[in-house]
Design a protein around this ligand. Sequence first.
Ligand code: ZN
Length: 281
Amino acid sequence: MSSDAAVAPPAAAVAVTPAVPLLLAPTVEGTGVVHGFTTRLGGVSGPPYATLNLGRGVGDAPALVAENRRRALAALGAESAAHVEASQVHGGEVAVVGRADRGRKVEGADGLVSAEPDVILAIHAADCVPILLWDPRRGAVGAVHAGWRGTAAGVAAAAVATMRQAFGTEPADLRVGIGPAIGPCHYEVDTPVAEAFAAWPCASSVLRPGRPGYWHLDLVEANRRMLEEAGVPDAQIWSSGSCTACHRHLFFSYRREGLTGRMGALIGVRRAPRISLPPSE
Ligand SMILES: [Zn+2]
């Protein structure tokens, strides 16, 4: 008998789901919101999707993805049914969603916004930039998927504009969290991609020359600058600072691994607790 077996606890009578760790943006923490960025830890999928793959359509078994999604939403204190996702076509479209969209995948959208409780907006990514937005004044949230095409199409600014139009959001009120994404250390692009950003005022901050004909693109910085330009104060924008390709045990990276899973960026409006007052005396 091994020493491990000797100290093994007795079989539990109740199955306990291990907790799913979530990265939390300090800018997006508050009583009116639930949010988190998942890592690859805490799920049930095997290689190359090990373990917490939240992406459908990447070759993983649907039942395993469903269990992973259930765990991720449970970590937020939400039920699986609350999930709303975007089809993520690398464009600039943002959709307003609500309870009627629970369980849906919204076609043609790379961003989702909502002001209704019991709805969890979900973005799935493995290198592309996941962005979560919260307007504490209007009680509204947003989730954005921004790869280089979506960034060039201005999807993050479109989310701010959509929240303003739909909910009256003032950009100065927005709190933003930017999750793990591929960093300039691992993101080499060719000239046609670099050209999409060459005319930006911040081009020298987001593009650095690499070997001949190639550039290192900082997509997180490009989105941060875009959000600032849209009126979000710099101090209210948090970035994890983590490169997905630098940390293979923590994050999925499409560029590093090819066939791999997807992490989630999740956010929802928290329903205000009901308070029962005692009868007046
Ligand atoms: Zn890196």
